[in-house]
Design a protein around this ligand. Structure first.
Ligand code: XIL
Length: 403
């Protein structure tokens, strides 16, 4: 019945299969490239009126603009320091207030707190009239090497209390806000998988399996906020997360899970004051739906929460190599996103995760395949303003005045 497959037939079939796969890949590649090129509009200008800085443009609308900063960059690069003071009203240490990034680390040993770097950045901010925000008290990343062998279910509560009371207590009254808990909700694609398996969208199922969850149970988030509020009643307390921006199944699932968490916390009387949206954007992402994002922001605001854009940057990892085209598409991404989020009055602060391409974490985290320097931020490596700066400036200029 089945014709014996001769060697020759098998070879022809295999060649045909490989050719079909190859053609499909080329076609898909071609279409994705066309979609990205369609994002570019060489005619679109990003004209900015006047010479005001981002700080000044934000302030006249009752907003604040700022950036994350690695301490040593500030001490080593006077041009960076000068630009940052001119353009920013608020700073966030990119490393210094994490449990352990050796620069030197805040928590080198279980009973040692090294505040040297934090004290220096706070003094710098105070001296320049800038605000400082803390990032982050409870996170599953940047934990010290000693954490796993030292912290267990018997002492985890005491160690969390010690960390928050010592760190938040030291800077009580001097911090604008704290990212109390960072990235506690599962990755969006995992939430989508749970939905497909009919696992209910509730706190227990949505939480990322972190050491804090394993050690303290699903009430650890409420505990952390209560401890922080007790240690510094003046600070705005923030839940911070990413993957909330786009019209994709994963981001939609994550928006729903974050909203569920916020509703849960508010219903328990947790002292939470704001949602931090990291906003690590992708210039090649075409699934951006302003109405869906605005609807989510309205739902968050309806809980009586403020909203902070806490880690804004735009990866150009998948963009063509042409620099002028990259800068235009990145600027469009900034303006489209910020004009959307700033239409929500509850959005009060915009912080970019770095201010200059020279120091972006994306150089390591999302390097370009062509090895070209990444261009995700408002200033280039020589501290010159880019179209991204214009886009942010235009978004502030067009924003409504906050009451
Ligand atoms: C990143 C820093 O930028 C890197 O330098 C470091 O190696 C790892 O952490 N979300 C967060 C930030 O909340 O703390 C992360 O910062 C970036 C993603």
């Amino acid at each position: 019945m089945f014709k014996k497959i001769t060697r020759r037939n098998f070879i022809w079939f295999s060649l045909g299969f490989v050719a079909a796969v190859g053609t499909t890949k080329v076609t898909l590649n071609y279409h994705s490239k066309q979609k990205i090129l369609a994002l570019d509009n060489p005619a679109k200008d990003f004209t900015v009126i006047g010479t005001s800085s981002l700080k000044e443009r934000a302030a006249v609308k009752g907003l604040m603009y700022g950036t994350a900063i690695r301490n040593h960059h500030l001490w080593e690069d006077s041009k960076l320091a000068e630009t940052l003071v001119k353009e920013c009203q608020i700073l966030v240490p990119e490393w210094a207030l994490k449990w352990y990034i050796p620069n030197p680390a805040l928590r080198p040993e279980p009973n040692i707190f090294d505040f040297s770097e934090v004290d220096k950045i706070l003094a710098f901010a105070q001296n320049k009239g800038l605000q400082l925000r803390g990032h982050t008290l409870v996170w599953h990343e940047s934990l010290p090497p000693w954490f796993q062998d030292t912290v267990n279910s018997n002492n985890a509560q005491q160690i969390l209390e010690q960390h928050i009371n010592t760190v938040v207590g030291r800077y009580a009254g001097k911090m604008h806000s704290w990212d109390v808990v960072n990235e506690a909700i599962n990755e969006g694609y995992l939430l989508v998988r749970e939905q497909k398996n009919n696992i209910p969208n509730n706190l227990k199922n949505n939480l990322r399996k972190t050491p804090w969850l394993e050690l303290l149970g699903d009430n650890y988030i409420d505990k952390a906020f209560r401890l922080t509020h007790q240690a510094d009643p003046t600070a705005t307390l923030v839940y911070n997360d990413y993957g909330l921006d786009y019209d994709t199944d994963a981001d939609e699932a994550k928006r729903n899970a974050v909203l569920n968490l916020l509703e849960n916390l508010k219903s328990k009387g947790t002292p939470i004051h704001a949602l931090g949206i990291q906003a690590h954007l992708d210039a090649s992402e075409t699934n951006f739906n302003p109405d869906k994002l605005r609807s989510f922001l309205r739902d968050v605001a309806s809980l009586g929460l403020k909203i902070m854009i806490t880690e804004l940057d735009v990866t150009d990892e998948k963009l063509p190599s042409d620099i002028e085209m990259r800068d235009r598409i990145i600027a469009k991404t900034y303006e489209d996103y910020l004009s959307t989020v700033l239409s929500e009055p509850a959005v009060t602060t915009v912080i970019t995760w770095g201010i200059s391409d020279k120091y972006s974490w994306l150089s390591d985290f999302k390097p370009r395949p062509d090895k070209a320097a990444v261009r995700p931020l408002p200033f280039d490596a020589n501290m010159n303003r880019k179209l991204g700066w214009n886009a942010i400036a235009r978004a502030f200029d067009n924003a409504r005045l906050r009451s």
